[in-house]
Design a protein. Structure first.
Length: 197
Protein backbone atom coordinates (compact mmCIF):
# COMPACT_ATOMS: atom_id res chain seq x y z
CA UNK A 1 0.00 0.00 0.00
CA UNK A 2 2.80 2.47 0.87
CA UNK A 3 4.48 1.75 -2.47
CA UNK A 4 1.21 2.51 -4.30
CA UNK A 5 0.95 5.82 -2.41
CA UNK A 6 4.54 6.73 -3.35
CA UNK A 7 3.87 5.93 -7.01
CA UNK A 8 0.63 7.93 -7.02
CA UNK A 9 2.30 10.97 -5.42
CA UNK A 10 5.28 10.73 -7.80
CA UNK A 11 3.02 10.55 -10.85
CA UNK A 12 1.06 13.60 -9.66
CA UNK A 13 4.29 15.59 -9.35
CA UNK A 14 5.63 14.42 -12.72
CA UNK A 15 2.32 15.45 -14.32
CA UNK A 16 3.40 19.04 -13.59
CA UNK A 17 6.22 18.56 -16.14
CA UNK A 18 9.00 18.96 -13.61
CA UNK A 19 12.65 18.15 -14.25
CA UNK A 20 14.20 15.08 -12.60
CA UNK A 21 16.11 16.21 -9.47
CA UNK A 22 19.51 14.93 -8.39
CA UNK A 23 19.29 16.39 -4.87
CA UNK A 24 16.48 16.37 -2.29
CA UNK A 25 16.30 19.08 0.38
CA UNK A 26 14.14 19.15 3.50
CA UNK A 27 13.88 22.79 4.55
CA UNK A 28 12.86 22.90 8.20
CA UNK A 29 12.85 25.83 10.62
CA UNK A 30 15.32 28.47 9.53
CA UNK A 31 15.77 27.22 5.95
CA UNK A 32 12.39 27.94 4.38
CA UNK A 33 13.66 31.15 2.78
CA UNK A 34 16.18 29.17 0.74
CA UNK A 35 13.17 28.21 -1.37
CA UNK A 36 13.21 31.75 -2.79
CA UNK A 37 16.59 31.01 -4.35
CA UNK A 38 15.32 28.03 -6.35
CA UNK A 39 15.33 29.02 -10.03
CA UNK A 40 12.69 27.93 -12.55
CA UNK A 41 10.75 26.50 -9.63
CA UNK A 42 7.59 24.51 -10.04
CA UNK A 43 5.78 24.97 -6.73
CA UNK A 44 3.23 22.37 -5.63
CA UNK A 45 1.26 22.78 -2.38
CA UNK A 46 1.26 19.59 -0.32
CA UNK A 47 -2.53 19.44 -0.44
CA UNK A 48 -2.26 18.96 -4.23
CA UNK A 49 0.01 15.91 -3.87
CA UNK A 50 -1.79 12.64 -3.07
CA UNK A 51 -0.94 11.25 0.40
CA UNK A 52 1.11 14.28 1.51
CA UNK A 53 -0.24 15.66 4.77
CA UNK A 54 -0.36 19.20 6.07
CA UNK A 55 2.47 20.57 8.18
CA UNK A 56 0.87 22.33 11.12
CA UNK A 57 4.02 24.10 12.35
CA UNK A 58 4.24 27.87 11.89
CA UNK A 59 6.86 28.82 9.34
CA UNK A 60 6.50 25.58 7.36
CA UNK A 61 4.96 26.63 4.05
CA UNK A 62 3.78 23.15 3.09
CA UNK A 63 5.02 23.22 -0.50
CA UNK A 64 7.20 21.07 -2.73
CA UNK A 65 9.54 22.90 -5.08
CA UNK A 66 11.27 21.40 -8.10
CA UNK A 67 13.84 23.51 -9.91
CA UNK A 68 17.48 24.53 -9.97
CA UNK A 69 19.64 25.67 -7.07
CA UNK A 70 23.25 26.67 -7.68
CA UNK A 71 23.29 24.76 -10.96
CA UNK A 72 21.88 21.56 -9.45
CA UNK A 73 18.42 20.12 -10.25
CA UNK A 74 16.69 19.83 -6.88
CA UNK A 75 13.43 18.94 -5.20
CA UNK A 76 12.78 20.68 -1.88
CA UNK A 77 10.21 20.27 0.85
CA UNK A 78 9.43 23.74 2.17
CA UNK A 79 8.36 22.46 5.56
CA UNK A 80 8.35 18.95 6.96
CA UNK A 81 6.03 16.65 8.92
CA UNK A 82 6.81 15.69 12.53
CA UNK A 83 6.07 12.92 15.03
CA UNK A 84 4.86 15.56 17.48
CA UNK A 85 2.19 16.60 14.99
CA UNK A 86 0.74 13.12 15.40
CA UNK A 87 1.98 11.68 12.10
CA UNK A 88 3.17 8.08 11.78
CA UNK A 89 6.66 7.06 10.65
CA UNK A 90 5.14 5.98 7.32
CA UNK A 91 3.74 9.47 6.77
CA UNK A 92 7.13 11.02 7.62
CA UNK A 93 8.85 8.64 5.21
CA UNK A 94 6.54 9.12 2.24
CA UNK A 95 8.00 12.42 0.91
CA UNK A 96 11.55 11.04 1.11
CA UNK A 97 10.51 7.97 -0.87
CA UNK A 98 8.72 10.19 -3.40
CA UNK A 99 11.79 12.42 -3.85
CA UNK A 100 13.86 9.28 -4.43
CA UNK A 101 11.37 8.05 -7.05
CA UNK A 102 11.60 11.45 -8.75
CA UNK A 103 15.34 10.83 -9.20
CA UNK A 104 17.08 12.36 -6.17
CA UNK A 105 19.90 10.22 -4.82
CA UNK A 106 21.24 12.64 -2.21
CA UNK A 107 19.29 14.11 0.72
CA UNK A 108 20.08 17.22 2.75
CA UNK A 109 17.82 17.46 5.81
CA UNK A 110 17.57 20.59 7.89
CA UNK A 111 16.51 21.43 11.45
CA UNK A 112 13.44 20.54 13.49
CA UNK A 113 12.59 20.35 17.23
CA UNK A 114 13.56 17.83 19.89
CA UNK A 115 11.02 16.50 22.41
CA UNK A 116 11.24 16.88 26.20
CA UNK A 117 11.80 13.11 26.56
CA UNK A 118 14.63 13.26 24.03
CA UNK A 119 16.21 16.14 25.98
CA UNK A 120 16.10 14.18 29.25
CA UNK A 121 17.67 11.13 27.62
CA UNK A 122 20.29 13.13 25.74
CA UNK A 123 21.29 15.00 28.92
CA UNK A 124 21.72 11.63 30.68
CA UNK A 125 24.10 10.36 27.99
CA UNK A 126 26.15 13.57 27.81
CA UNK A 127 25.00 14.99 24.47
CA UNK A 128 26.29 18.44 23.53
CA UNK A 129 24.12 19.19 20.48
CA UNK A 130 20.96 17.75 18.96
CA UNK A 131 20.20 17.35 15.25
CA UNK A 132 16.56 16.80 16.16
CA UNK A 133 13.89 15.15 14.02
CA UNK A 134 15.93 14.62 10.89
CA UNK A 135 16.47 11.00 11.96
CA UNK A 136 13.29 9.49 10.40
CA UNK A 137 14.12 11.13 7.08
CA UNK A 138 17.73 9.94 7.22
CA UNK A 139 16.76 6.36 8.09
CA UNK A 140 14.43 6.18 5.08
CA UNK A 141 16.96 7.83 2.76
CA UNK A 142 19.72 5.42 3.79
CA UNK A 143 17.31 2.48 3.36
CA UNK A 144 17.10 3.53 -0.29
CA UNK A 145 20.91 3.97 -0.50
CA UNK A 146 20.70 7.77 -0.81
CA UNK A 147 23.71 9.79 0.30
CA UNK A 148 22.76 12.01 3.24
CA UNK A 149 24.05 15.24 4.73
CA UNK A 150 22.24 16.50 7.83
CA UNK A 151 22.59 20.12 8.91
CA UNK A 152 21.46 21.72 12.14
CA UNK A 153 21.40 25.32 13.26
CA UNK A 154 21.64 25.48 17.05
CA UNK A 155 18.83 27.89 18.00
CA UNK A 156 18.33 27.23 21.70
CA UNK A 157 20.10 25.70 24.69
CA UNK A 158 17.39 23.08 25.34
CA UNK A 159 19.06 21.53 28.37
CA UNK A 160 15.79 20.62 30.03
CA UNK A 161 16.61 22.99 32.91
CA UNK A 162 15.33 26.18 31.29
CA UNK A 163 13.16 28.45 33.40
CA UNK A 164 11.59 29.95 30.28
CA UNK A 165 9.70 27.69 27.91
CA UNK A 166 11.38 27.11 24.57
CA UNK A 167 8.88 28.02 21.89
CA UNK A 168 8.76 28.07 18.14
CA UNK A 169 8.68 31.88 17.98
CA UNK A 170 11.94 32.14 19.90
CA UNK A 171 13.60 29.49 17.77
CA UNK A 172 12.43 31.21 14.58
CA UNK A 173 13.75 34.56 15.84
CA UNK A 174 17.18 33.01 16.41
CA UNK A 175 17.00 31.25 13.05
CA UNK A 176 16.04 34.54 11.35
CA UNK A 177 19.26 36.11 12.60
CA UNK A 178 21.31 33.33 10.97
CA UNK A 179 19.10 32.77 7.93
CA UNK A 180 21.33 34.47 5.31
CA UNK A 181 24.48 32.67 6.50
CA UNK A 182 22.73 29.30 6.79
CA UNK A 183 21.16 29.67 3.34
CA UNK A 184 24.58 30.64 1.93
CA UNK A 185 26.11 27.53 3.54
CA UNK A 186 23.51 25.25 1.96
CA UNK A 187 23.83 27.01 -1.39
CA UNK A 188 27.63 26.62 -1.24
CA UNK A 189 27.29 22.90 -0.53
CA UNK A 190 24.87 22.52 -3.44
CA UNK A 191 27.28 24.42 -5.72
CA UNK A 192 30.03 22.01 -4.68
CA UNK A 193 27.80 19.04 -5.42
CA UNK A 194 26.88 20.49 -8.82
CA UNK A 195 30.55 20.70 -9.81
CA UNK A 196 31.05 17.06 -8.78
CA UNK A 197 28.09 15.83 -10.85
Amino acid sequence: MLYDQVVEATEAILARHVRRPALALVLGSGLGDLAGQVEDAVTIPYDEIPHFVRSTVAGHAGRLLVGMLAGMPIVAMQGRFHFYEGYSPQVLALPIRVMYMLGARTLMAGPSFETAAELRFLRMIGTDAVGMSTVPEVVVARHMAMRVLGLSLITNTATGNETDEINHAGVLATADASRPLFAALVRGIVEGLATMA
